[in-house]
Design a protein around this ligand. Structure first.
Ligand SMILES: [Zn+2]
Length: 360
C-alpha cells in the first residue's frame, strides 16, 4: 500500500475469484467527495486524487470482478437525473469498450460499430454484453432519503448531529410531490429495480421530523408494493421504529437493510422476517464488534455486500473516497470472518442480488 499520507484511491485489488455485486452505491456523489478529498491532500502538499467518470467506476468495478452495481439515487435531483446517469455510464467513452465480439456469421464486430445498449438484459445483472464485457452492469434504486423527506416537509431543527440544516432549492417541492416523482421514475424506467433508500434516521433529523420520515417511509413502501420492487432501508438509530412500520405494512416485497447497523439481536429480528442484510465498510472498523456478531448470525442466503460509495470506505483505506471496486476488500474481510471460501461468499451475494433485480 502507498504510504498513508499520500494515498489517493484505494489500491487496485486482485480480481475476485467469482462475480460479485456492489448492492448500494451513490455514483452521483463520488465526484464531489473525490474533489474535496483531493483539495485537502493538495493543500498539504500531497498527491492529487485523479477524477474518474461514472463509466470509469464501472470499468474499475468489472476489472475487480464486481460485475454489477446498484446505484442509489436518493434526493430529488438524483431521482430526476437517474436516466441520464444510467445512459452516461452505459455509453461513456466508447474507446474503452473495444472488446471484440464474434457474431454468429463469423464476422468480427467491435463495440465501436454497435449501438450503445442498456447493460442490463432481461433484468439480470452480471451478464456482460458483447462489446461491453469489461464494464460492470448497472441498475438503480430511487427514493427520497429520510433526511431529505424531513427537509421537504420544512423541518429546520438541528438534530443529534448538531449540524445546521442545508435547505436547497429542490426542498421547496412538497414531500408529497417529491414522492410522486419517485413513483413516476420507478414506474417508467425499466433499469430502476428497487425503491431506496427509505426508512428513518434519528441522528440527522430532529424529533420534529420523525412524522414526515414515517409518512415518507410508508409511501415508499406502498410504491414498492405496487410496482413489486425491493425496498432498500436506511436505518440510523431507528431499529424499533422501522420494524414497527414494516410489520404494519402488510405483504412486503423483498426488504434490504442497506449498510446494516444493528447488533446480532436486531439481525435475528430481520432474518426471521426474511429480510436481507447488506454489510458495508464499517464491518472492517476496529470498534464494530456488534456488526461482526450480526454478520455471524446472517445466513448466506440473506447476505449482501455494498460500498455505500463514496462513503464508508473499508479498512485499510478508510478516509479515502469509496467506489464500487472497493467492495472487494469488504468481501474478502467478510469471507475471512465467516471462514468460508471467498468464491462461495461472492457467489451467494451475487445470486441474492440477481434475485432482487429479477423481481422487477
Ligand atoms: Zn446510501
Amino acid at each position: 500500500m502507498t504510504n498513508k499520507k499520500n494515498r489517493t484511491w484505494a489500491d487496485f485489488p486482485e480480481p475476485l475469484p467469482a462475480a460479485a455485486v456492489d448492492s448500494h452505491a451513490h455514483l452521483d456523489l463520488i465526484e464531489e467527495v473525490r474533489s474535496e478529498f483531493s483539495e485537502i491532500q493538495e493543500s498539504k502538499g500531497r498527491a492529487a486524487v485523479p477524477a474518474k467518470s461514472v463509466r470509469d467506476y464501472l470499468i474499475d468495478a468489472a476489472a475487480a470482478g464486481v460485475t454489477g452495481v446498484v446505484h442509489s439515487a436518493c434526493d430529488l435531483p438524483a431521482v430526476r437525473s437517474v436516466g441520464e446517469l444510467l445512459v452516461e455510464a452505459m455509453q461513456g467513452d466508447r474507446s474503452t469498450a473495444n472488446v471484440a465480439d464474434t457474431s454468429s456469421d463469423g464476422s468480427t464486430d467491435t463495440a465501436a460499430d454497435t449501438e450503445p445498449q442498456p447493460m442490463i438484459m432481461d433484468g439480470h445483472i452480471g451478464q456482460p454484453l458483447p462489446g461491453f464485457a469489461r464494464v460492470a452492469n448497472l441498475v438503480a434504486a430511487v427514493a427520497i432519503h429520510p433526511n431529505e423527506a424531513a427537509l421537504h416537509a420544512g423541518i429546520q431543527e438541528p438534530a443529534i448531529d448538531g449540524l445546521d440544516k442545508q435547505f436547497q432549492n429542490w426542498h421547496e417541492v412538497s414531500l408529497e410531490d417529491a414522492i410522486s416523482e419517485v413513483y413516476q421514475v420507478a414506474q417508467t424506467n425499466p433499469l430502476v429495480t428497487a425503491i431506496g433508500e427509505t426508512g428513518m434516521d434519528f441522528f440527522r433529523t430532529a424529533e420534529s421530523g420523525q412524522a414526515a420520515q414515517r409518512l415518507s417511509f410508508r409511501e415508499h413502501i406502498r410504491i414498492a408494493q405496487e410496482l413489486n420492487l425491493p425496498i432498500q432501508i436506511h436505518d440510523r438509530l431507528a431499529h424499533a421504529e422501522i420494524l414497527e412500520v414494516l410489520d404494519s405494512a402488510g405483504i412486503l416485497p423483498p426488504v434490504v437493510f442497506h449498510s446494516f447497523s444493528g447488533d446480532q439481536y436486531f439481525a435475528k429480528e430481520c432474518i426471521q422476517r426474511g429480510f436481507y442484510l447488506s454489510f458495508s465498510g464499517p464491518i472492517t472498523y476496529k470498534k464494530n464488534d456488534d456488526l461482526r456478531a450480526a454478520l455471524l448470525v446472517t445466513p448466506l442466503s440473506q447476505l449482501l455486500v455494498e460500498t455505500d460509495a463514496p462513503f464508508l470506505t473499508p479498512e485499510p483505506f478508510r478516509g479515502t473516497p469509496n467506489a464500487p471496486y472497493v467492495v472487494s476488500y469488504t468481501l474478502r474481510y467478510i469471507a475471512q470472518l465467516l471462514e468460508r471460501p471467498l468464491a462461495e461468499v461472492c457467489q451467494a451475494t451475487f445470486e441474492n442480488s440477481q434475485t432482487l433485480v429479477a423481481s422487477r
